[in-house]
Structure formats: structure tokens, C-alpha cells
Ligand binder design. Structure first.
Ligand code: GDP
Ligand code: IMO
Ligand code: MG
Length: 429
């Protein structure tokens, strides 16, 4: 099976975009399978920087790119992102980009509700991207969503819109907000339908055909395993399953299609938004990691929280996502640290744990247990072969492999596409 599924093994922003772009040179199709435009994937190619939120990163190379049914799609954002990338010289047509017919739509009142809830939550807020992701998934599961295929049947949409607006108007009234303007909503949907419909295809069929023709499919996960709605640090998570298994349900290819599961893993840890973060360094060390790693959110511009590598969490992600190998990114950010720490367990009260317990209060109280390892003074930035790495950096990588129980497949040493060390070819497995 020559397919590769890329997922984040931490709290997102591990460098998935860079790795997907690098791998997409040898892929025939790149597929997004969950999340929406809450993602922010950065690609650096020479002096050009591309930031993608909804479109699969493969589109930058012109590889056939598909948005699977597991994605929630804001059609107006889609139009804007297509325009932005076209402005950067990326060719985007219905020949190289497809949208699944069954994607639920993110509508303007989903974004409103996301913001209203966050504003009302005070210190307990999740710190969402405020893009309506959670409310759109709620409507999907509540069986009242408007989906992409409905855009071709706007005349029949009346009863669906009634159900949806009745639900949302009650919620909006609770926040003192005016009811949804039904006529404006229908006018907006009618306007955007003409732009979206040419891209709409039975994506499950495209992928199954590609599979039967022996083509290589590259699945591009968004967010990270610790933000998974089931396996993450609930309730401080996103509203989709981010684990590798979702590549199957989120596209309609079936579980045997996932292939090599590549867990993208930062050489330290970051998190944007609220929630537990045992190895967080809210001090000079975190400051230095943030500055060296330019840790600011791609979507919201928020400063990312930074801390030491947490081997317990990545080991857990490797297990729940079934990771075959990891891509260790941003190793260069650790250049020049005299000492590095790795979290190897937690103490919660008088008990110790080699995994993160499920309850939010336990997670908040978890005290990290660290081991120390000497750093390196040489630079790894831009290294493209194993031989370019200092001995101490190799020792750090080997120790991570041991602690997480999973081999390193790729190492990334700068934002630039080609500053990547291939240890083992994931497509060759
Ligand atoms: P994603 O959401 O997982 O795609 O990651 P983001 O794009 O949100 O954040 C990763 C950031 O790190 C981006 O600005 C990348 O350009 C950058 N990046 C990726 N790999 C490396 C690396 O190996 N070294 C450094 N210094 N930066 C990297
Ligand atoms: P990529 O794909 C990092 C976080 C938000 C918030 C929580 C819920 O770039 O790695 P949501 O808007 O999804 O309801 O927010 O999830 N979050 C991300 N953090 N990277 C992402 O995507 C994220 N997408 C959502 O900050 O804590
Ligand atoms: Mg990101």
C-alpha cells in the first residue's frame, strides 16, 4: 500500500503543511479529511510563503487535491482562499480540485455562535479559532446541516432551512441576538452556489478509482491528535476526530487505504488556545522557543504557548493514531540550548502516570517528570543529510524514538521545502 496519511501528533502546528508539500511531489492525489479553515498550514518555497487553511497543500504543486466529506466547508472562505492562492500564481480549476458532495457547510451564524459562546465563557473559554467549526459539526451530527450537494437544489431547501433556523434562532435569542435573516441567507447561498458547484464531485469515487489504478494518495490531517474530540484534552479540543483513522471515514476510501501513518511531531511542544499543557515553560525558555520557532498562530496570529518535548503525549498519539513513523520537525529551533528536557511521566497528587489520564482536572494537575539531555552548540538549520547533524542532536532524536516507541522517518531543519532529511521513504512501505 503506497498511500501515506499525515497527522499531527501533538496540539497542531507541527509542520504538517511543509511535510505534505514535500511528499506531494510524489503523490497522485492529496486529500483533506477533517477539520475546516481552522487549520493553518504554511509552505515555504524559495522566497514564496503559502498559507493554506481549507485547501489541501498538494494544490500548490498542482497535484489533484480533494476535500473529503469529513471536512466542514465555509463556501465564502473557500472562494477567498482560491482567489488568494491564484493571486500567488497557483493554478486552481475543477480539474485539479474537488469538493465532496456531502461536506456540511459552515454558515455565517455558525461563526457568530462560536464567537458568542467564547465571549460568554470568560476564563473557561476554549480559545477556538472562532471560525464556526464546532457549531457546524454540531449541526452535522444533529442531522440539520445544509451540505454542499444542497447548493444544487436550492429550490427544495425551504423545510431544511426552517429546521436549521428554528434551532439557531432559539440559541441566538439566548444571547440576545436577532433571528437569522432567512431571505438574506438564501440569497447568499444562491450567490455562492455558482462558484462552488463546478468543483463538486463524488470524491469517494475519485479516490476509489485512484486506489484501483494503483495511484498514490496522500491524506493531509489538520490539527493534532491531542485536539481530537475523543482522544484529546477534552473539552479543550476541536470538534472533529483528528486521528489517522478518520482518513477513511472522512473521504470514503475505507480503512485499508490509510497506508503509512506519518505522525508530524515538533522537537518541542506548542499549544495555541486554552487547556492543560504539563511541560509548558511560561518563562525564559518558553520565550526563547517561541522566538526561535516564530510561534505565532497561522490563522489567528495568537502567540503559541511553548514547552519541552512531552514523550508521554506523543507515545499516546502514536498509539491512538497507529503511527508508523514520525517526522520530527523544527529541530533547528533547539540549536544552542545547553540542556534540553524531555517529559517522561507525570505526578498527580501522590500517584505517578506513564500516560495522561482522561479527566480534565487530573490533566490540569499533572506535574511533569523530566529527564535531561545535553544540547548542541552547532547549527542544524538547513541540514539535508543525517551526516550534517551534530552527534548530540542524533542522541536527542534516538532518545525520543526510544521513549515514544516509534522510529523517525523524516527530520525537518527549516521552513524551506527541501531542508528535509529522509530517513525512510514512507511511500516505499
Ligand atoms: P501545520 O499547521 O502543522 O502545517 O504547521 P504551521 O504551518 O501552522 O506551523 C509550522 C511553522 O513552522 C510554519 O511557520 C512553518 O513554516 C515552520 N516550519 C516547519 N518546519 C520547520 C522546521 O523544520 N524548522 C523551522 N524553523 N520552521 C519550520
Ligand atoms: P493546524 O491544522 C493548532 C485549536 C484552537 C482551539 C481548539 C478548538 O494548523 O495544526 P476550533 O476553532 O477548532 O473549534 O478550536 O483547537 N486549533 C488548532 N491549534 N493548530 C490547528 O490547526 C488548530 N485548529 C484548531 O486553537 O484551542
Ligand atoms: Mg497550523
Amino acid at each position: 500500500m503506497a498511500n501515506v496519511t499525515v497527522i499531527g501528533a501533538q496540539w497542531g502546528d507541527e509542520g504538517k503543511g511543509k511535510i505534505v508539500d514535500w511528499l506531494s511531489e510524489r503523490a497522485d492525489v492529496v486529500a483533506r479529511f477533517q477539520g475546516g479553515h481552522n487549520a493553518g498550514h504554511t509552505l515555504v518555497v524559495g522566497d514564496k510563503v503559502y498559507k493554506l487553511s481549507l485547501l489541501p497543500s498538494g494544490i500548490v504543486r498542482g497535484t489533484l487535491s480533494v476535500i473529503g466529506n469529513g471536512v466542514v466547508l465555509d463556501p465564502w472562505h473557500f472562494r477567498d482562499e482560491v482567489a488568494k492562492l491564484k493571486g500567488q500564481g497557483v493554478e486552481i480549476t475543477p480539474d485539479n480540485l474537488q469538493i465532496a458532495e456531502t461536506c456540511p457547510l459552515i454558515l455565517p451564524f455558525h461563526r457568530d455562535l462560536d464567537g458568542l459562546r467564547e465571549d460568554a465563557s470568560g476564563a473557561g473559554k476554549i480559545g477556538t479559532t472562532r471560525r464556526g467549526i464546532g457549531p457546524a459539526y454540531e449541526d452535522k451530527v444533529g442531522r440539520r446541516a445544509i451540505r454542499v450537494c444542497d447548493l444544487a437544489h436550492l429550490d427544495d431547501l425551504g423545510p431544511q432551512i426552517d429546521r436549521l433556523t428554528a434551532h439557531h434562532d432559539a440559541l441566538r435569542a439566548g444571547f440576545g441576538e436577532a433571528p437569522i435573516d432567512r431571505a438574506a441567507l438564501i440569497a447568499d447561498l444562491t450567490d455562492i452556489a455558482a462558484f462552488i458547484l463546478p468543483f463538486v464531485k463524488p470524491v469517494w469515487l475519485t479516490l476509489n478509482k485512484a486506489k484501483s489504478e494503483g495511484k498514490r494518495i496522500l491524506f493531509e490531517g489538520a490539527q493534532g491528535t491531542l485536539l481530537d474530540i475523543d482522544h484529546g484534552t477534552y473539552p479543550f479540543v476541536t470538534s472533529s476526530n483528528t486521528v489517522a483513522g478518520t482518513a477513511a471515514s472522512g473521504t470514503g476510501l475505507g480503512p485499508s487505504g490509510a497506508g503509512f501513518v506519518l505522525g508530524i511531531t515538533k522537537a518541542y511542544t506548542t499549544r495555541v488556545g486554552s487547556g492543560p499543557f504539563p511541560s509548558e515553560q511560561d518563562n525564559d525558555i518558553g520565550q526563547r522557543l517561541g522566538e526561535r520557532g516564530h510561534e505565532f498562530g497561522t490563522v489567528t496570529g495568537r502567540k503559541r504557548r511553548c514547552g519541552w518535548f512531552d514523550a508521554v503525549l506523543v507515545r499516546q498519539s502514536v498509539a491512538v493514531s497507529g503511527v508508523t513513523g514520525i517526522a520530527l520537525t523544527k529541530l533547528d529551533v533547539l540549536d544552542g540550548f545547553a540542556e534540553l528536557k524531555i517529559c517522561t511521566g507525570y505526578r498527580i497528587g501522590d500517584r505517578s502516570f506513564d500516560y495522561l489520564p482522561a479527566h480534565a482536572q487530573d490533566q490540569a494537575r499533572a506535574e511533569p517528570i523530566y529527564e535531561s539531555i545535553g544540547g548542541w552548540s552547532e547549527t542544524t538549520a538547513g541540514a539535508r543529510s543525517w551526516a550534517d547533524l551534530p552527534a548530540q542532536a542524533i542522541k536527542y532524536i534516538r532518545r525520543i524514538e526510544e521513549l515514544i516507541g516509534c522510529p523517525v522517518t523524516l527530520v525537518s531543519t527549516s521552513p524551506e521545502r527541501d531542508d528535509t532529511i529522509l530517513v525512510r521513504d514512507p511511500f516505499a512501505d
